[in-house]
Write a protein that binds this ligand. Structure first.
Ligand SMILES: Nc1ncnc2c1ncn2[C@@H]1O[C@H](COP(=O)(O)OP(=O)(O)OP(=O)(O)O)[C@@H](O)[C@H]1O
Length: 257
C-alpha cells in the first residue's frame, strides 16, 4: 500500500514589496504518494518556484504548512529532499565526482565512502567514464546528469526539480526525461517536477497539477492514465492530445484573465 510523503495544506505566501503585500500563493493543498511523479505547470509568475522553495524549507509560508513524512517543514531537510534547478549549479573547479560527493563532505562523511557513492551514482546517470571531468568539459545534458547524481547523493526520498531541463535543446531534453524516468524506476524516489513543457509534464508524470495566477493556486488536477513505460508513440495518442489541449486552454484562460 502506498503512503503519503508530501502534504501541502492551505499553503499561502505573501511577499512584502515596496508597493505593499503581494499575494503569490493562495491556499494550495495537495498530497503526493510515495514513489509518485507529479508535475506542476502554469503561467509564468504563478508561483511555481515559490512553491518549490516552500517545499525545500528555504522559504517560510505566510500561512498553511508543508508536511514531509507527516512532519512540518521548518528548515531545509537535505536528508529528505534533493533539489535540482534549471542551472546545474556545479562548482567549476571540482570534478564530476567531487561535485557529486560535495554534499557528503559538508556533513562530514568519510572521504573514501563518499567517493564510492559518487562514482556509483555517476554510473547510474551514465557518466561512469566522466568522473574526473570538470563541468566545463561536459555538455549541458551531462552537467544536468551530474546535478541529478548530486541530488541523489544523500539518498533523499524526494527529488524537487525546478525546470531542470529547460536550458537543453529539444532532443537532449527528451532524452534526459527518458533517463529521469529510468532513474526514478530504479530508485523509487518521489518526484515533484516543475516545467513549462506541457508534453514533458504529461509524458513524465502520474499527475499534472495546473496552476492559475494572481494569486497562484491550483486550478486543475489532471491524472495521466497512460501505461508505463511511456513511449514516444504515446505522444500522438488521443489521450495525450486531449490532456495537452486541456492544460493549454486552462493556461491561456489564466493569462488572458
Ligand atoms: N522575493 C520576492 N519578493 C517579491 N515578489 C516576489 C519574490 N519572489 C517572487 N515574487 C513574485 O511572486 C510571483 C511568483 O514568482 P515565482 O518565481 O514563484 O513564479 P514562477 O511561476 O516560478 O515563474 P516562472 O514560471 O516565470 O519561473 C511573481 O509575480 C514574482 O514576481
Amino acid at each position: 500500500m502506498s503512503s503519503e510523503v508530501i502534504r501541502v495544506e492551505n499553503l499561502s505566501k505573501m511577499y512584502s514589496t515596496r508597493e505593499g503585500d503581494f499575494h503569490a500563493l493562495d491556499k494550495l493543498s495537495f498530497a503526493i504518494e510515495e514513489g509518485g511523479f507529479v508535475s506542476i505547470v502554469g503561467p509564468s509568475g504563478c508561483g511555481k518556484s515559490t512553491l518549490l522553495q516552500l517545499l525545500t524549507g528555504l522559504l517560510e509560508p505566510t500561512s498553511g504548512q508543508v508536511l514531509i513524512d507527516g512532519i512540518e517543514v521548518r528548515k531545509p531537510l537535505p536528508e529528505k529532499t534533493g533539489v535540482m534547478f534549471q542551472d546545474a549549479t556545479l562548482l567549476p573547479w571540482l570534478t564530476a565526482e567531487e561535485n557529486v560527493a560535495f554534499p557528503l563532505s559538508l556533513c562530514g562523511k568519510d572521504k573514501k565512502e563518499s567517493q564510492l557513492r559518487a562514482r556509483d551514482l555517476l554510473k547510474l546517470v551514465g557518466l561512469g567514464d566522466f568522473i574526473n571531468h570538470r563541468p566545463a568539459e561536459l555538455s549541458g545534458g551531462m552537467r544536468q546528469r551530474v546535478a541529478i547524481a548530486r541530488g541523489l547523493v544523500r539518498d533523499p526520498r524526494i527529488l524537487l526539480m525546478d525546470e531542470p531541463f529547460a536550458a537543453l535543446d529539444e532532443q537532449t531534453r527528451f532524452k534526459m526525461g527518458e533517463e529521469l524516468l529510468w532513474i526514478w524506476q530504479e530508485t523509487r524516489k518521489t518526484i515533484l517536477f516543475i516545467t513549462h513543457g506541457l508534453t514533458e509534464a504529461i509524458y513524465l508524470s502520474d499527475t499534472v497539477l495546473v496552476m492559475g495566477t494572481k494569486p497562484g493556486r491550483i486550478i486543475e488536477v489532471i491524472p495521466v492514465d497512460l501505461p508505463r513505460p511511456r513511449t514516444f508513440e504515446m505522444i500522438g495518442s488521443e489521450f495525450f492530445g486531449k490532456a495537452r489541449n486541456r492544460i493549454w486552454t486552462l493556461i491561456q484562460e489564466e493569462t488572458e484573465a
